[in-house]
Design a protein around this ligand. Structure first.
Ligand SMILES: *Cc1c(COP(=O)(O)O)cnc(C)c1O
Length: 489
């Protein structure tokens, strides 16, 4: 399977690349992204055949259908990392919370958020490609809180890869920060930036564009790559669990094969729901993909009006920070799939220059044939957390945004799966506030308070963080990042 470019080819880049190449150099011509030339058709026979398959067997079959240029033994090794999840036989439990409504729990990996689903196998595969090519890579990451820990965890002590991870000092939860600053592998560097996530992100972009930085890396025989969600090496692993979830409902006798369901996904950079989109296109019976947003509701606006509009919009800090995004990168892949490369290039260029684009009414019809969307405010979210808890389910603020969209968008009497993207331990102050009204407390107090309220224990990996030694002490000004990273290398 070859990969092509969402904005067409510039005559300099190769017209088609392999999966490995798309992973190592994720940015395509004109600033576009790589997408598979054609999606494999799975069809009913495939689903039928895999009703009895466990997660890894299903995953292997889907990856094989993509015909990626990764050796079978490496894929097996990568998928074996799901054995490190809470339940090796089922890394993604699907739990009923009330009539017709199910939760797919994507947070049972080492860093307790959904980023592990893709980053765990991705890290092993990237390192294996680098070793095979005898090349060395520096992965630069800017994180608002969940990508950083998951990227560090997956690359720690891996050969031929180093990671420099920047986070906004004071801008993450205590748990997220501790997960990063207590990492002590030699190939990892964690840097706190004095500023917010946008400052960390723009520092990263400057570095990626800096000629002097690249020249210095070249002297050291190091190439740059990125582990953010535009990398197709992450997207491919985010297709699998949507199909697994569907089959899980079949196994639980909740639906029969072929019955349509809603998939309801809390969305930020659109990587998670994009996996659902590809699953649908590959033949999964899905009624609609439901996009749940927070107050940063550009996606809801796009699906409901056909206009992607960032004019005069400021990023609003919310209680679901992993969804605080205005420019949602992976939407581009849907534009390409529905409207083709010329139109995608035109729309994305308009978004860059005018901060907005508008779809035609025909284009909007096509989009609405697949997606529905709604957004949830922080106060509504807290109410949903409280109500769900009273009914017996503890959920994080990202997951809670789905419940609003469930009420307004899932209008047919079909089964719905909402996606839980983080464990309660990662955003505990908001949850404690929802359950007990406590305000302005630190993570450790919130964790204790929720554990008491819910009669559960704090998982040892989270509790242990508060006693671990702080290894990564750098907190610096944006201007000093380049020097700090070169010193580390
Ligand atoms: C990353 C993340 C999201 C958003 O996922 P996208 O793929 O960027 O849409 C939602 N919730 C949590 C907890 C996350 O870490």
């Amino acid at each position: 399977m070859k990969f092509i470019e969402t904005r067409g080819n510039d005559g300099i880049n190769p017209k088609k690349v392999t999966f490995s190449e798309a992973i190592l150099n994720p940015i395509a011509s004109f600033g576009g992204l790589y997408v598979p030339k054609r999606l494999p058709e799975l069809g009913d026979a495939f689903l039928e055949q895999h009703v009895g398959s466990d997660y890894k067997v299903l995953a292997k079959a889907i990856l094989e259908a993509f015909e990626i240029d990764i050796e079978s033994s490496v894929i097996d090794e990568a998928l074996a990392l799901y054995d490190g999840f809470d339940d090796p036989s089922n890394p993604v439990p699907v739990v009923k919370i009330k009539e017709n409504l199910y939760v797919s729990e994507l947070y049972h990996g080492p860093t307790r958020a959904f980023k592990d689903m893709a980053l765990q196998p991705f890290g092993l595969i990237l390192s294996s490609i680098a070793q095979k090519r005898k090349e060395n890579y520096l992965i630069l990451a800017a994180t608002s809180g969940d990508t950083g820990p998951a990227a560090l965890e997956t690359f720690k002590d891996r050969e031929n890869v180093k990671v420099a991870c920047m986070y906004p000092s004071g801008g993450t939860s205590d748990v997220q920060r501790l997960q990063m600053v207590t990492e002590d592998a030699k190939n990892l560097k964690v840097i706190g930036i004095k500023g917010n996530f946008d400052d960390a992100q723009s520092a990263l972009k400057e570095l990626l564009a800096s000629k002097t930085f690249k020249a210095k890396l070249k002297e050291k025989h190091i190439s740059l790559s990125a582990a953010n969600s535009v990398n197709f090496g992450r997207i491919i692993f985010q297709i699998i669990y949507h199909i697994h979830n569907y089959l899980e409902l079949v196994r639980q006798d909740v639906i029969t094969l072929g019955e349509k369901i809603y998939l309801n996904v809390p969305s930020g950079n659109f990587g998670n729901v994009l996996g659902g989109y590809y699953a649908l296109k590959m033949g999964l019976p899905v009624e609609r993909l439901v996009i749940a947003s927070n107050e940063n509701n550009v996606l809801t606006h796009l699906v409901n009006t056909g206009r992607y509009d960032m004019r005069g919009q400021e990023l609003i800090p919310t209680t679901s920070p992993a969804m605080d995004i205005l420019k949602s990168s992976n939407v581009e892949r849907v534009l390409f799939d529905l409207y083709g490369p010329e139109r995608t290039k035109a729309l994305m260029e308009q978004l860059d220059s005018e901060k907005m684009y508008a779809l035609s009414s025909e284009e909007l019809v096509e989009l609405q044939d697949i997606f529905v969307a709604d957004y949830c405010t922080g106060d509504e979210g807290k109410e949903y957390i409280r109500k769900a808890f009273e009914e017996g389910y503890l959920m994080d603020p990202h997951t809670a945004t789905c419940l609003k969209a469930y009420e307004t968008c899932c209008v047919k009497p079909l089964k719905t799966i909402i996606y839980s993207t983080a464990e309660w331990t990662k955003f505990s102050p908001t949850i404690a506030n929802s359950l007990t009204g406590e305000k302005d407390i630190r993570d450790i107090e919130a964790l204790n308070s929720i554990a008491k309220e819910a009669g559960i224990t704090i998982p040892p990996t989270i509790k242990g963080l508060f006693d671990k030694k702080i290894i990564q002490k750098s907190v610096i000004e944006k201007e000093d990042i380049e020097a700090e990273i070169l010193k580390f290398l």
